[in-house]
Structures are given as structure tokens and as C-alpha cells.
Design a protein around this ligand. Structure first.
Ligand code: SF4
Length: 126
């Protein structure tokens, strides 16, 4: 995840760019909430300590107490090859496929849409 200052600047650019567009309402999740979501989805066992502290003292205090850990989890560079907390879940989509999509996105390339065909025949992402 990018730092909050970068995200705020990007949100401002989006708001500015769309403010004169009729019938478009930009609704952005709270950046503080996004940071908590990133921590909970990417954290390891130590995230439980942060969660416990947050339940007692609130998130701002818990994040401050565990700043080094939280920053590493939330802002640390991640390789597509790194293990992720949800790797043990079998959602039938291959990690290699997702890593390839991630690399394509970094090059601003898009993929063909899912043909919504019989997955057993298509097998593009599985
Ligand atoms: S296997 Fe093909 S049809 Fe099935 S979800 Fe993946 S891309 Fe879509």
C-alpha cells in the first residue's frame, strides 16, 4: 500500500478531475480504515497483538505502539512470489495467473475479459 500522503494526493487528483463531471460521485474509503484493512489482511500472528491492543486502547494507539511492525506489513514492498496469509485457501485461481496479471498491470497492459465460458474448457485462470 502507498503512504497516506501519496494516496491523499491521488484522491485529490481524482476529485479535482471529476468535480465537473455530471452524475459522478467519488466515494473513497477512509485511508485510515484502508490501513487497518491492509494490516488485518496481510499481517501474521503478531497482528493478533495489534488487534488485541486496538480492542483495548483503540486503533490509533495500537498502530503507534506497534509502528515498526504495522509499517512493515502495510507499506513494505511485496513480491508476487512472497507467501500470503490466504495462500492456503483454494479459490481455484492459480497464483501464477494472478502474479502474471499483476505484472501486466504494472506495465499498464490489460488482459482479455473472462469469456464466461465453461471453466473446464477455458482454464485461463485455473
Ligand atoms: S477459467 Fe476462463 S471462464 Fe473460467 S473464470 Fe477463468 S477466465 Fe473465466
Amino acid at each position: 500500500m502507498e503512504r497516506e500522503t501519496v494516496l491523499r494526493r491521488r484522491v485529490d487528483i481524482i476529485h479535482e478531475g471529476l468535480k465537473k463531471t455530471a452524475n459522478v460521485k467519488v466515494n473513497v474509503e477512509s485511508l485510515r480504515q484502508a490501513k487497518i484493512h491492509a494490516l488485518l489482511s496481510l499481517g501474521d500472528q503478531k497482528a493478533a497483538d495489534v488487534l488485541e491492543s486496538a480492542a483495548i486502547n483503540g486503533w490509533p494507539s495500537a498502530m503507534k505502539e506497534n509502528k515498526a511492525y504495522c509499517d512493515e506489513i502495510v507499506y513494505g514492498e511485496k513480491s508476487p512470489d512472497s507467501p500470503l496469509p490466504w495462500d492456503f485457501l483454494d479459490n481455484r485461481i492459480k497464483k501464477d495467473f494472478l502474479a502474471g496479471e499483476f505484472k501486466k498491470a504494472e506495465r499498464e497492459k490489460s488482459s482479455a475479459s473472462c469469456p464466461m465460458a465453461d471453466c473446464r474448457i477455458c482454464k485461463t485462470c485455473m
